[in-house]
Design a protein around this ligand. Structure first.
Ligand code: HEM
Length: 165
């Protein structure tokens, strides 16, 4: 939290956080990516029905079969993300993910059209809040609740204090 705030203050100063600040804040970007890795709001993609027989990674899929891909599972796979349960924004700083191992916005022709806008919006929101405020969780780790999108069961109670550093 401290390193993140330092990055935000160094890049944005005291004025409003703007979209053109974002490329200069890799830790903020890693934080957002890490949140979407561990808690993808779209924890599963909409179901797809195969229109023809096909083999995917050695697995036969027949015409009419229903296929589901689940970011919650793939994005917590130690083959792609060492120590997968650990929240580590720095894992994104010097390496990118393998193709199709990280897809909080889907992938391929039906990838989310709001991806760039969504990332920009959430990054500006987090930077704006974290620059001035520190959250202190008052509940245990979130218990994920799989509704239409993923949400923390019962909410996330927090106390906020003004940042002093
Ligand atoms: C953090 C924010 C967001 C997340 C996690 C997210 C996630 C996703 C995912 C996973 C899909 C693909 C679903 C599938 O393939 O089954 C999708 C599609 C879509 N998203 Fe988003 N989305 C976000 C924000 C937005 C925003 C801000 C907009 C519009 C401004 C948007 C508009 C769309 C549309 C129109 C599609 C359908 C694209 C198509 O089927 O061609 N999304 N989104």
């Amino acid at each position: 939290m401290k390193a993140l705030r330092q990055e935000i203050v160094a890049v944005c100063g005291t004025g409003p956080v703007a979209a053109n600040h974002l490329p200069a804040m890799p830790l903020l970007s890693g934080t957002v990516r890490e949140v979407l890795r561990l808690y993808p709001p779209a924890y599963t993609m909409f179901l797809r029905r195969a229109v023809r027989d096909v083999t995917i990674a050695g697995l036969p899929v027949r015409r009419g079969d229903v296929v589901q891909v689940v970011p919650w599972i793939t994005q917590r796979d130690a083959r792609w993300f060492p120590n997968p349960e650990s929240f580590d924004p720095r894992r994104w700083l010097d390496s990118d993910h393998q193709p199709f191992t990280y897809f909080p916005f889907g992938a391929g022709p039906r990838v989310c059209i709001g991806q760039t806008f969504g990332l920009m919006e959430v990054s500006i929101a987090i930077a704006t809040v974290v620059r001035t405020w520190t959250p202190h969780p008052e509940s245990a780790d979130p218990v994920p609740e799989a509704r239409f999108s993923l949400r923390p069961r019962g909410g996330l109670r927090q106390r906020w204090t003004r940042a002093v550093d």
